[in-house]
Design a protein around this ligand. Structure first.
Ligand code: NAG
Ligand code: NAG
Ligand code: NAG
Length: 422
């Protein structure tokens, strides 16, 4: 058992030492010999170090560091656990390599658990944790900081607000973090007021990015976001803004809210949602790239419904059957709007093959909905054939593929007509 407590002491020392703030940002010369001192110094990638040093990975920087052993460490922490076959005879001066120490920690964790020394290990680990903030703590602190900003908008607060939003956007990609953010009031105290009332476009864009990040692939978060009526707030922004970044982040957040969430699709798209999406397609002030995002979202939702119904996933089926997505699209003039976009803007498509691909996918997905109108449109036919021909003569493999997809569409839409333009 004495052996065990030694291991524990060692772990505690290693973990707690890691928490000390030691400046490690010295310049490192890779080729130079590592000269150990009593201070932690960064070991360069691949740099050789003398044996017998205290080596650690600095958890804050991720860098390896080494220093001379303290006399006290020699007596306790750094006793080497030489091998399984001879566990009791740790000799004081055995050198420790990094690899060796990593093994040692794992090994000692295992042994400590075996010998019910778990409480001791936990204590060491807690001490270690005390010096680090978890993501949740960081999130709560960022929210508190944000609450401290003045109620009336101040220009000098925009920069720190943007910083806070950027950090939050990074953190809430993780599902657990997103839920901590919501439970701590982040949606109500930060995101909602900005999205609904703020006049600063940059802040709105950042807030909607956070919203999109925390909602994406996170069903629990989707419900919370839905309950706060974000769907109609986002639709409102899409109907009133012409700012490209604002539209783009609103579309992203709306997509994150709606995907795989038929109830939200039902509520949002049967009201202002469809109108907002088609409005973007119709607007002359919206750039093609964002229009492509609109048709991609529509196309994804149509496909999602189709897949669920084809696969007859029972629990979801009923909800999707009730979704009258196609008729909402039709009553808001989706087919005509898409026809107009392509007929009018096809020249700018000629140098944006990835946007053409997005439109081609949407045309294909919603073909059953719009075939009667599209197949009667000489302007659309002309646009599709022009882009198709231009890409068909390209050396670029990607453009050839897109051209092929367009050719197949044209064949289906216009097969009754002659191919005189080919
Ligand atoms: C690194 O150290 C080597 C050997 O001391 C020296 O020749 C070289 O100039 C140093 N490089 C830098 C970038 O300081
Ligand atoms: C917010 O303001 C209060 C009162 O001024 C202060 O005590 C607190 O530390 C501040 N919180 C943060 C996270 O800045
Ligand atoms: C937006 O502003 C109005 C008027 O000041 C206020 O009543 C409302 O609560 C605000 N909404 C949010 C979500 O902050």
């Amino acid at each position: 058992m004495m052996h065990m407590s030694t291991v524990c002491a060692c772990l505690a020392a290693v973990l707690v030492l890691n928490c000390l703030h030691v400046s490690a940002s010295q310049r490192v010369n890779k080729t130079a010999e590592f000269v150990a001192t009593d201070e932690w110094q960064v070991i360069a990638e691949g740099q050789a170090i003398p044996k017998g040093l205290h080596v650690r990975i600095n958890l804050q920087t991720g860098l390896k560091e080494a220093k001379l052993l303290d006399p006290s460490e020699r007596d306790t922490a750094m006793q080497s656990q030489s091998s399984d076959s001879d566990p009791g005879s740790g000799s004081i001066s055995d050198p420790l390599s990094i690899e060796y120490k990593a093994d040692m920690i794992e090994e000692s964790v295992r042994k400590v658990k075996e010998h019910r020394g778990y409480a001791e290990l936990r204590k060491a680990y807690k001490d270690f944790q005390k010096n680090f903030r978890t993501d949740a703590e960081v999130i709560v602190q960022l929210i508190e900081q944000y609450r401290n900003f003045s109620k009336t908008p101040l220009d000098l607060e925009i920069k720190p607000k943007m910083n806070a939003l950027e950090n939050l956007g990074y953190l809430v990609h993780q599902i657990d973090n997103a839920l901590v953010f919501i439970d701590s009031g982040g949606l109500d105290d930060i995101i909602l007021p900005i999205v609904v009332n703020d006049t600063n476009t940059a802040l709105k864009v950042s807030a909607m990015r956070v919203l999109g990040a925390l909602t994406g692939n996170n069903p629990k978060a989707q419900i919370k976001v839905f309950e706060r009526n974000f769907g109609s707030h986002l639709a409102q922004i899409m109907m009133s803004s012409t700012n490209s970044a604002e539209i783009s982040s609103a579309l992203h957040a709306l997509g994150a809210l709606l995907r795989k969430f038929p109830l939200a699709q039902q509520r949002v798209l049967s009201t202002s949602g469809t109108q907002a999406l088609i409005g973007l397609l119709r607007s002359t002030e919206i750039e093609l790239r964002n229009k492509a995002k609109v048709v991609t979202l529509i196309s994804d939702l149509v496909l999602e419904k189709r897949h669920v119904i084809d696969e007859s996933k029972e629990e979801a089926l009923a909800q999707y059957v009730l979704l009258e997505l196609e008729s909402w699209l039709q009553s808001h003039g989706y087919c005509g709007a898409l026809e107009a976009v392509l007929s009018k803007d096809y020249v700018s498509l000629l140098d944006q093959p990835e946007v053409v691909e997005q439109f081609a996918v949407a045309l294909q997905t919603t073909e059953s909905l719009c075939q009667p109108l599209w197949s009667q449109s000489p302007a659309l036919r002309h646009a599709l054939l022009t882009v198709r021909n231009r890409f068909a003569h390209s050396e670029d493999e990607y453009r050839s593929e897109v051209s092929q997809a367009l050719a197949e569409l044209c064949e289906r839409f216009y097969e009754k007509h002659s191919h005189s333009e080919l």
